[in-house]
Design a protein around this ligand. Structure first.
Ligand code: SF4
Length: 704
């Protein structure tokens, strides 16, 4: 029907956790345009540079179009049909499981998968195979935010919402270059400040980023000194009588321990440690306590060997001042990826189970076993992301199945990760793109559908579930991620002599099973359906069967999902970075995102327009550090850490303080000598969350 083209399809942007609504324009097989969805409550029609160029990405010549298999490591990969590919995979997995047990295989999945994809992978690993070795690149993204929420507030639930930006008297951004990494949210902050010129913006960041330049107060702290800053702010609040004593008494516990812990964090001590002034610490504490205060925070807190402490000591400030559960007042972690939240909702990580249940809880394991009609869920903890690749490296894990992520680029200590992939007996990757850094290590490569071609749901940073819809069919023989996992699972079940658990006809059936698993849990979405999302648009959880709509803010009544019903203060003291600088490696390297690129650039790197902002990887340094090394703008340099070296060009930047350098995370080995930023990074992880310290390494820079 000629008159129905171009067709318009409502969907969601596949990049960051803001979760903007998009309208896709397409003809029969091609996406021809994209624009913001004016009806979507995350973005009201706006899109950033990445979202507005989505239609220019994922062209057929960049795509994987049919399965490819190599039998021997020295052989080339050759095209095979789907039946042969999946039979071969099932055979190899069944053999390894029979010889070495179920924990000899693992799945490494992605915060860019849809909730339904995640659900099937999780059930495949934990329900069918009987291993908890399923983890996600979300481990690299916000697992410390999750640990801190659970430790302090009792549940993995960001309490605030985007609407709080307009109600806040103070927006406190810590460890986030929101203007680059979550641009549409930053537009909302700019709008709120225009509407309310009295609103204060405080930014905590070692770099003077675009976000920091917009602030009323920029606290350019020394790398890793966040806990000292937050403890000092609480010290000031206690000393000045700015705490909400009634709220503390009625709704919290453990304040005495925290009062004790922050006693030594005087503004003078903190000023010395953080490298900022006493006056600025006091000013930040005053504005924060005056409120209503909304904290927005991301990888600067999360990607740290003490990320849970950083997150929790920031939440302490909200609890101490009662800045939570009311309009404009909440801690609100920003999700880096589009669906890290949805992945956790279905329990798609090594320590979780469906419906925000915990693997370590026997009752939760029994509940999920009953939901899935399996005898039991294994008790043995699964390997988290860094542990999983360490186990592959030492041979404890023999086979790994990777979906929609590029660990050879994104994990810390890139050289060790590549060695691990090379050591593995069998590596399967399902992927939309043919040229990621992980592809050369693959034995079986399976073509997957991607944004614009697949159906399901995602959850954004404010707990809002949105529909993702297909506008065009996948190209070539590409299949949907959940389909590939389910079809492999059916074949594997036959070989293992187990009942097939994964016979789903469509994503709605998967969603409905996931929904049933949330009943009476903190994220209860018993009242949500594809039909309601169609009629009423995106909804925030919880949305129980008894509710008419989702829930914008949590904890308005001061009751928390802890055993006592009270929030718990978390006492923590300042700890050193996992890897400190010394005479040999005297510079602090910080890594992060640019405005127009995404992750390892498998999608954004294909669009020329997105290189107009920054067109090559550059190491940014302070002029004084460059002068000390007799470096000029554009010089070729070698940056070295204890793990590796990169060769690229250097650039002076007014964003940098002395003693620090910054390198974008996006470029890999195709663009420099070396394996990209993560070749320099150590794999040290936070003890609670197991999230690695991707934001820091000690490095030296020298002229070539
Ligand atoms: Fe996409 Fe994030 Fe940009 Fe919105 S802000 S358009 S979700 S990349």
């Amino acid at each position: 029907n000629k008159q129905s083209w171009p067709r318009e399809t409502r969907s969601t942007c596949c990049y960051c956790g803001v979760g903007c609504g998009v309208i896709i324009e397409s003809d029969v097989e091609h996406i021809s345009g994209v624009r913001g969805d004016p009806a979507h409550p995350a973005n009201f029609g706006k899109l950033c540079s990445k979202g507005s160029t989505l239609h220019l990405t994922a062209r057929p010549e960049q795509r994987l179009l049919q399965p490819e298999l190599r039998i021997g490591r020295a052989d080339p990969r050759l095209p095979v049909d789907w039946d042969s590919a999946l039979d071969h995979a099932a055979e190899r997995f069944a053999d390894i499981i029979a010889t070495h047990g179920p924990d000899a295989v693992a799945f490494y999945i992605s915060g860019q998968l849809l909730t339904e994809d995640y659900y099937v992978f999780n059930k495949l690993a934990k329900g069918l195979i009987g291993t908890n070795n399923v983890d996600s690149n979300s481990r690299l993204c916000m697992s410390s935010a999750v640990s801190a929420y659970k430790l302090t507030l009792g549940a993995d639930a960001p309490p605030g919402c985007y609407d709080d930006i307009a109600h806040a008297g103070c927006v406190f951004i810590a460890g986030s270059n929101t203007a680059f990494a979550h641009p549409i949210l930053f537009r909302r902050i700019e709008d709120a400040r225009k509407a309310n010129p009295k609103q204060k913006l405080i930014v905590v960041d070692p770099r003077r980023t675009d976000t920091a330049q917009a602030a009323d107060l920029h606290l350019a702290i020394q790398p890793g000194s966040d806990v000292m800053l937050f403890n000092a702010m609480l010290h000031v609040m206690i000393w000045e009588g700015w705490c909400d004593e009634a709220y503390i008494a009625a709704h919290t516990e453990n304040f005495a321990a925290v009062r004790q812990a922050v006693q030594a964090a005087t503004p003078q001590v903190a000023a010395e440690r953080c490298g900022i002034s006493v006056a600025d610490i006091v000013q930040a504490a005053r504005w924060f306590a005056s409120g209503p205060t909304l904290s927005l925070y991301c990888q600067g807190l999360n990607q740290s060997a003490h990320g849970t402490d950083k997150n929790a000591t920031l939440i302490n400030l909200h609890l101490a001042t009662g800045q939570i559960g009311k309009p404009g007042a909440a801690p609100l972690s920003l999700t880096g990826q589009p669906n890290a939240m949805g992945g956790r909702e279905v329990g798609g990580m090594a320590n979780l189970l469906s419906g925000h249940r915990d693997l370590a809880n026997p009752q939760h394991r029994a509940e999920v076993a009953a939901l899935w009609s399996v005898p039991s869920i294994p008790e043995r903890p699964g390997k988290t992301a860094v542990e999983l690749f360490d186990a592959l490296h030492c041979g404890e894990i023999k086979a790994v199945w990777i979906a929609c992520t590029n660990p050879a680029h994104s994990l810390p200590d890139a050289q060790k990760v590549r060695e691990a992939l090379a050591h593995a007996e069998f590596v399967v990757v399902q992927e939309a793109f043919r040229d990621t850094d992980t592809v050369p290590f693959v034995d079986l490569l399976l073509p997957a559908s991607t944004w614009g071609e697949k159906d399901g749901t995602v959850t954004n940073s404010e707990r809002r579930i949105s529909r993702v819809r297909a506008a065009v069919p996948p190209p070539g023989e590409a299949r949907h991620d959940w389909q590939i996992a389910a079809e492999f699972g059916q074949r594997l079940a036959q070989r293992l002599g187990k009942s097939a658990l994964l016979g789903y006809p469509d994503t709605e059936t998967i969603f409905n099973e996931h929904r049933a698993s949330t009943a009476k849990r903190d994220l209860d979405i018993s009242g949500l359906s594809y039909a309601l999302l169609e009629e009423a648009g995106p909804q925030q959880w919880p949305l129980p069967a008894s509710a008419n709509a989702g829930t914008a803010r949590l904890y308005a009544d001061g009751r928390y999902p802890t055993p006592s019903g009270k929030a718990r203060f978390h006492a923590a003291t300042d700890l050193p970075l996992a890897e400190d600088t010394d005479a040999r490696y005297p510079l602090h390297l910080n890594t992060g995102r640019l405005r127009d690129q995404w992750h390892g650039m498998s999608r954004t790197g294909k669009t020329g327009r997105l290189f107009s902002h920054v067109d090559e990887p550059l190491l940014s340094m302070h002029t004084a550090d460059m002068a000390e090394r007799q470096l000029a703008n554009g010089d070729i340099i070698e940056v070295t850490s204890r793990r590796g070296a990169l060769v690229l060009r250097v650039s002076t930047s007014t964003e940098m303080s002395t003693g620090q350098a910054f390198l974008p995370m996006h470029w890999g080995e195709q663009f420099m000598r070396g394996l990209g930023a993560n070749a320099l990074i150590e794999g040290a992880t936070d003890p609670h969350s197991k999230q690695p310290e991707l934001k820091h390494a000690a490095v030296q820079v020298s002229k070539l």
